[in-house]
Structure formats: C-alpha cells, structure tokens
Design a protein around this ligand. Structure first.
Ligand code: ADP
Ligand code: MG
Ligand code: MG
Length: 884
C-alpha cells in the first residue's frame, strides 16, 4: 500500500489556517509570504509526519523521504541554487516549529549545505568574503554536531574559547578568516573524534538526519518540562521547516535581530527589540554578545530599519495581536524569519488588549478571550515598597517585571528542588539556557550575568510571570557555581537578594514589599467581564480586611465565611475549651455565653464590609479535637508531671484533660464528628452561632442603616433529617432574637453539598434547604476517596508527573468524576425546588477551568479567595462568550 498522505508543503502552499499541520512557525512563514512580507523560500514537513514517526519507533512513514527529496528539488529550482553545488550552493536551515510556540525548547540547524566542497563558492558569492564563509562553516559543524549527532556542546565551546584566548580577543567577530578556517578544521577533528565514522559529508543525508533530529527534539527533557508547564499535549508533534539561509553575518551591512510590535513587558506601543550587526541566528538571544537596542539600527541601517517598522505594523494589523518577530538583514536587504503572537506579561496582556480595543483593532469580546485569567494573578502580586530607599548593588536589564525576594541558588536542579519544597529562591546564572526551565519555573526570580531583554531567560520568565533581571553588568559567578560576587561582596546560597524586574535593580537582603496597585486597564477588563458573565462571583473571607479587599476586587458577596478561625484566636481558646470540656449543659451554656459576644463582633465587621451584599456564614465545621491539645503532647505533659512530682492539683487537671482528649480522639477525624454531626450532639453551639449572627446583623443595620444579606449554612449534611433538625434550631434562635429586638430581617438557611450522599439525595435535602453551596474540597476528598492532607504530600505528585491524573484535582476540578456530583446535585436539587440558588465555595471557585465548568453546570455563583476574584470574573465572562 502506498502512503498518499501529503507530508510536505511548499512555502506557497501554506497559510495561517494550517497551523496544526505546519506548526506555528511554518504556518506563519507561509502567511507572511502570502501577504507580501519578504521571507526566504522554504518547505515544511508536517507535524503529522513527526507523529507518524514517533508512533513507529522513529521510523519515517513510507513516502516521506521521497516527498522531502521532491520538495528539495523544487526549492532548488525556485532559488536557482543546488544543495552541495560547488558553483551556486544552496544553504538551508532546519527549524523546529510546534503548533503552540515553545521558544528555544527544540532544535535548529543553520547553514546546512556548507562543506569543504562548497565553502569556496559561498565566499565567492558573498563578494569574496572568506571570513563570512568560514564563519558559516564553523557554525554549521557546531550546530549539526550538537543537534544531530549529539556531540557535547562544551567540546566546541571550549575550542572556540581557546581560539579567542590564543588571539587575546573577547568576541567571535574579532576572529578573522584564517582563524575561523583553523577553527573549522579543529571542529571537524573534534566531531570525528567524538563520533568515529558516523559523520557524513553528504548534504542530502545531512538534511534527512537533521529533519529526524528535530522530530526527536520534540521529546527532549526541556521540551517535555515546557509542555507540561503549559498544558501542551505530547501527541501533537512538531513540524520541521527547511528554509533557504539568509545571512546576517556578511559584515557590517548585515544584521540579525528580534523585535516586538509593542513592549511585551508593559504593553505600551513603542519600539522594542534588539539587534546585532555581523551576526547570525541565536547570537542575539543566546547572550554571547550583548545586543544593541533596536532604536540604534536607524543610524546603522536606515532603510532596512524603516522597512522593518512598516513590516511590524503590517504584521500586527494582519494578526491583530502583539507580534514577536525575528528578522535578518543580508547586505541591507530585510527578511522576516518568524512572527508569532508574543508572550507577554500579564500587565502587557491587559494593556495591549485594552489599547487594541480603543484602536479599533479588536472587539471587547476578543480582548476578553485573549487575556488568560490565571495571568491576572501576576498583577495582583506585590511590588517593592516605593518608600524603600536602598541603593541597588547592581542594575541589569528589566527583563520581567515584579518583585522577587529569595535565597540564592546557582543551578536549576538545586532551584527546582528547593523551590519545589516551598523555599523562595532566586536563580542566579551566567545566562540561562532552555535546559534551566525546571528551575526557572519554581523560582521567585531569575538573575543573569549575560543576555538581553529577549534572551531565553527573559522570554520564559515573562511568559510565566516570574521576575527577571538579565545581563547584570560585572557580576561574577564563581566557576564552581556556589557564589556570586557583586561589587566587592560575595553572596552564597544562604544569602537573600531582592530583584526589581520592573527597573532591573538588585538589592541586598529582603526589601519590603507592598500590595499591588490595580490600574485603570485592569479595572476596564473587569468591567467588560461583568458585562458578559452570567455566573456570580463571591469571595471566601472571614474578617474585615479580606472582605473589604474582596469587595474592592469586585466580589458580589461572601460565599463562605468560616467561623472556626474565630474560635482559634488565643483570647478565645480558653472559653472554647471550657465549652468543649463542659460536663453538663449549664457549664456549656456559660462558656458559650462568653463566646457569643466575640463571635457577634466578628460578624459585625464582615456584615459591615459587605453591606448590601449577601454573606453566607457557615456554622462550626471542624472536629472538636482541633481546639484541644494534641494527644501525644498531652500524654507527655502528664508523664513529665508524674516524674517531676508536679503538684497534685496540676496533675489532676492535666489528667482530666488527657482523658477528655482521649475520649474525643478519632481515627479518621475528617470523616468523624464534625460539621452538623457535631451540632447534632451539641445543639447549643449552632444556637449560639445563630444568635450571634442575627445580633450582629441587627446591630449593623441599626448603626449603618444597611446590613448584609444573611445566609446561614449548615456544613456536612448527608441526610435530610440532619438539615431539618439544624434548621429548626437555627430558626428558633433567630425568631427569638427578632422577638427580643422587636425587629426582623430577611435570612435564609441552606446547606453545603460536600459528600457524595448529599449530591445523590439532593432532591430530598433540597426540601429543607433555601440554597446549596458545593464544598468542592471535601467533595473531591470524599468523591475520589483521597485525603488532601496526605495525598498532596504523597502519591498525588507522582500521579500528576506520570500523567495518571492530568491535574491535581484539588486545584482544578475533576470534571468527569467529581464534576458529575456537582451536576447531579444541581439538577436533583432543582427538581424539588426550581430555581434553587446554588454556588461553589471550594478552592476551585478561583480556578479558570473549573469556573467554566461551573458556568456550564448552571450554578449561580462561585466563591474564591479575594485575590482570585478578578480571575473568576474574567473566567466566567469567557465561559459565557465561548458558549455563544
Ligand atoms: P527557535 O524556535 O528556537 O527560535 P528558529 O528556528 O527560529 O529557532 O531559529 C533559530 C535562529 O536561527 C533564529 O534566530 C532564526 O531567526 C535563525 N534562522 C533560522 N532559519 C534561518 C534562515 N533560513 N536564515 C537565517 N537565519 C535563520
Ligand atoms: Mg525562532
Ligand atoms: Mg467541608
């Protein structure tokens, strides 16, 4: 059977719509060509070919080799050049290009086609520029050797350094034709040494091997880490672009660079980019030479500069998004080598989207769909206190904004390990390579000695919202990589530094941070989101500050006010213990009497912060032992008193306490006497809480003319009867308070749905409930049957790494499993009570994907921590827009 699949597309056969086949790079190259932007000619091997090879132990699908040969013939015909020709040789690059851009994660080979046979012709065609030809050749051996044949990069790096040292120069550009010729010879010897006879000089064979190497690079470790971090599926594969070379290293009238159509840090519409004359490919981003600001190109290469400006505008207008572009100028002629929607900071995402709506480039809807809700998190991060007046110990480039405080780490593995354990670390590197990604990801910030605003470190950090200061001048990292010397001081792994990624400054020690300021653009996005969303957004908060913050960030009420934190405060614990340990109802009532006014005061604060909006107060939930000393500690205390002969009185008291702790001890407290089960045993607790709530609400009403909407929530109900009993207790207490006060308020009594049985019998429970709130944390624990406290530290990490589970179900709702319980709860609840109000108050209420699910499940609102409110608002709007 012959394979009819088309695996190869010529440049002029593609366009932007073919992204899934041609990859982002290939599709955009074709699209640029289509709209008349100068692009070197090329062909693209599809992602489908890569996938087919991967699925067949790396063996190419039938017909692929022939299709590549044919495409090469056509490319030779179009360019008038021939691969391997000694008169007019074609040189090509072999470039990876996945569907979703993964900058620097996979491999590229440049200058393929240069060899002992062709190097002379390459020089002749470049007006006899020998230096240029040998520069291309040595670069080729280096890249091909590393990428295709797996020669260790240090083999070549060391030889290059030696050559420079021998000559006493710092830059590659200071090596002349003779030097480069010798270096090429050395490189070839080194490659031969490393590989024995495996090296091939046949350019067609080299091309096939290079294409294959790009296929394989899809599964290299750094690409895998990047894919995981960005939720990109392993099944997609990469395309491979084979493109005619253009040369930025043909002397001072040639250059290569990177530019953005807007500032990717701030979003401002201004010139942003870097370039180097007489340079090729990665030189700009690799940080080997420090690149020049793009603005300076106007003086050096004015015509190409103005053409570049016009091209940037054209590409942004065409793609209607911030573009990140690569260009090369060969002897004053401009070529575009790549364009893509640029990675940007959250601040830039918000600003550029709002500006583009103002400019009429995109609609409000497009703006909302473009901003990733989780990115907003970064905007809500702290900055260095503006009143902080220390002098920076060094100032580098402001590569990714924000403030980072952390202890130093000098290699990615160490940073990954310490950061993974929750330590705040700053990764300090000479320059970061894509191999450092796992360390960058978990660091607070990255500091590099080399590299510019478009270096890998900068691009990756910006994309992940991690602070980065790049190219800090004069900092010295010791060769062992254990200390960094800045000025005349040396800092090691125990030392802390602060980075200001917005200014590039680095400070000694931990600078004071201030909460983030939310600007107009941010507010604008929130306001647009509110126009489109159906789902309400509330916050989980239990004090005045959090409630006020939540309201400021757009919360429409409180979906969960826990009351146990109020019990934990040091001044209350004695009364709480008295209540728990009471041996009769009178003692208990007396203890509760002490607690009531304290609870009332807490509620007054919250109701005042949320006046006019609903507040759901959850009655006491945790098991009582949480308020008592730990059983082991208490046993030890008693033993100690026995041994040291403590007073009879002390001993008796501590022994009684130990006996009580023992009697309350449970093997599985999270499945034990907690929630309404506790309230069933001790009805005076919910009664006291109900009274405190109503007194607070009436007091705020009286004092401030308005109070919050009162919703009293009973936790952990699994049987309708439980809710009926609790409801009775609450209603009696509430009515009694109304009577005493001679005033009334509206209030409702509802329940949490957080155990599978509650979801399964939601139709029954709804008869006694005014509202449901899904406690998705407990529903996840009990629905999947995993303990959050144990699993997150234990097997769950392995499950996620090994892709047994795609995500931690406590962070993002297990939609296909636990999600069914939510859907069932809503549906069954509403089958009894049409229009029953339903919400979510678990951690998932602030997770964008879960929020979209809750929207589809028909819930009325989500509730999340105050700082996630803007994220939930945007996610809810996107859910509504996607549905349209
Ligand atoms: P990445 O995905 O890591 O950016 P690229 O495939 O874009 O890798 O290529 C790496 C570098 O080589 C880029 O700077 C690119 O502009 C340059 N390059 C790639 N192909 C060519 C070419 N045909 N001519 C000149 N430079 C090229
Ligand atoms: Mg690129
Ligand atoms: Mg719960």
């Amino acid at each position: 059977m012959t394979d009819q699949t088309k695996y190869v597309y010529d440049l002029n056969e593609g366009d932007a719509s073919l992204k899934s086949l041609l990859g982002g790079k290939g599709a955009n190259l074709a699209e640029m060509n289509r709209i008349g932007v100068p692009v070197p000619d090329a062909f693209t091997v599809t992602t489908q070919a890569c996938v087919a090879a991967m699925n067949n132990n790396g063996e190419w699908p039938a017909g692929l080799r022939e299709q590549v040969e044919a495409a090469l013939d056509r490319l030779e015909e179009r360019t008038g050049k021939v691969l391997g020709s000694t008169e007019n040789p074609l040189l090509v690059s072999i470039r990876s290009g996945a569907v979703f851009s993964m900058p620097g994660m996979m491999d590229t080979v440049l200058n393929l086609g240069i060899s002992d046979d062709t190097v002379g012709a390459v020089a002749a065609l470049a007006d006899g520029n020998e230096r240029f030809a040998w520069d291309c050749y040595r670069r080729f051996i280096q890249m091909y050797g590393e990428v295709v044949e797996g020669v260790d990069q240090y083999v070549f790096e060391d030889a290059l350094t030696e050559a420079k040292e021998a000559k006493g120069v710092a830059n590659d550009t200071d090596l002349n034709a003779e030097d480069l010729k010798a270096l090429t010879k050395k490189f070839k010897e080194l490659a031969d040494e490393a590989l024995g006879g495996h090296w091939t000089t046949d350019p067609r064979e080299q091309l096939m091997r290079a294409i294959n190497a790009v296929f394989l690079s899809w599964n290299n470790p750094r690409a895998e880490v990047y894919r995981k971090a960005n939720g990109i599926s392993r099944d997609l594969g990469t395309a491979v672009n084979v493109q005619q070379m253009v040369f930025g290293n043909r002397g001072e009238t040639s250059a290569t660079g990177v530019c953005f159509s807007r500032n990717p840090s701030t979003g401002a519409k201004e010139l942003y980019g870097e370039f180097l004359t007489n340079a090729q490919g990665e030189d700009v981003v690799a940080g080997i030479r420090t690149p020049r600001n793009l603005a300076e190109m106007e003086d050096v290469l004015p015509e190409a500069f103005h053409e570049l400006l016009a091209t940037m505008d054209k590409l942004e207008l065409h793609n209607k998004d911030l573009q990140d572009m690569e260009f090369t100028i060969e002897d004053r002629k401009l070529y575009m080598l790549q364009t893509r929607n640029g990675k940007r900071t959250a601040a830039a995402a918000v600003k550029s989207a709002v500006d583009m709506v103002d400019e009429g480039l995109i609609t409000k809807e497009e703006a909302l769909l473009r901003i990733n809700p989780s990115d907003l998190d970064a905007l809500l991060h702290p900055a260095i206190d503006p009143n902080f007046k220390a002098t920076a110990i060094v100032k580098g480039l402001p590569a990714s904004p924000g403030a980072a405080v952390g202890a130093l780490s000098f290699n990615a593995d160490d940073a990954a390990e310490r950061g993974g354990k929750g330590e705040s670390v700053i990764l300090v590197r000479y320059e970061t390579t894509p191999d450092d990604i796992h360390g960058v990801m978990v660091s607070q910030g990255v500091l590099t000695a080399h590299g510019g605003m478009t270096s890998h470190a900068a691009v990756v950090a910006r994309g992940m919202g991690i602070t980065c200061v790049a190219g800090a001048p004069g900092i010295k990292i010791d060769p062992k990589g254990e200390t960094v010397t800045i000025g005349d001081k040396t800092y090691g792994t125990g030392d802390t530094l602060t980075l200001n990624g917005t200014t590039g400054e680095v400070f000694e020690g931990a600078a004071p941070l201030v909460p983030p300021s939310i600007n107009e653009d941010f507010e604008q996005v929130g306001a647009w989101a509110d126009e489109y969303r159906r789902l309400g957004v509330r916050a989980n908060a239990e004090n005045f500050e959090d409630a006020s913050k939540a309201r400021e960030l757009g919360a429409e009420g409180i979906g969960l006010a826990r009351t146990e934190h109020m019990f934990m405060a040091a001044d209350r614990l004695p009364s709480v213990r008295k209540m728990i340990l009471a041996t009769n109802e009178e003692e208990r009532a007396a203890a509760l009497e002490e607690i009531l006014p304290l609870q009332q005061a807490d509620f007054e604060e919250i109701f005042s912060a949320m006046k006019g909006l609903p507040v759901t107060v959850r009655l006491l939930d945790p098991p009582l032992h949480e308020f008592l000393p730990n059983i082991v500690d208490q046993s030890l205390l008693v033993q100690k008193l026995e041994l040291t002969g403590g007073s009879e009185e002390d001993l008796a008291r501590e022994r009684t306490l130990l006996a009580q702790v023992k009697s309350l001890h449970e093997q599985n407290p999270m499945l034990g006497t907690r929630g309404c089960r506790l309230a069933m045993l001790y009805p005076s607790i919910p009664e006291m809480q109900a009274r405190a709530i109503i007194r607070a609400a009436l007091a705020v009403q009286e004092r401030e003319g308005e109070t919050a909407g009162i919703e009293i929530m009973v936790p952990l109900v699994v049987i309708k009867k439980e809710l009926e009993v609790q409801r009775d207790i609450v209603v009696k207490a509430v009515e009694d308070e109304f009577e005493k006060a001679g005033k009334r308020l509206d209030y409702t009594v509802g329940t949490m749905i957080e155990i599978p049985r509650a979801a399964l019998t939601a139709n029954e429970i709804a008869e006694a409930a005014d509202f449901f709130s899904f406690g998705t944390n407990d529903l996840t624990q009990t629905g999947i049957g995993i303990s959050r406290d144990d699993a997150e530290a234990g097997f769950l990490g392995h499950y996620v790494d090994a892709e047994v589970m795609s995500k931690n179900p406590f962070e993002s709702l297990d939609q296909s499993g636990v999600g069914q319980l939510v859907e069932m709860g809503v549906e069954k609840g509403r089958s009894t009570k049409p229009g029953l109000k339903t919400g979510v108050c678990g951690e998932h209420g602030g997770d964008p994907e879960s929020v979209e699910f809750f929207h589809r499940a028909g819930l009325d609102y989500v509730s999340c921590s105050p700082f996630r409110v803007p994220i939930a608002r945007l996610a809810a709007a996107r859910a509504a827009l996607r549905e349209q």
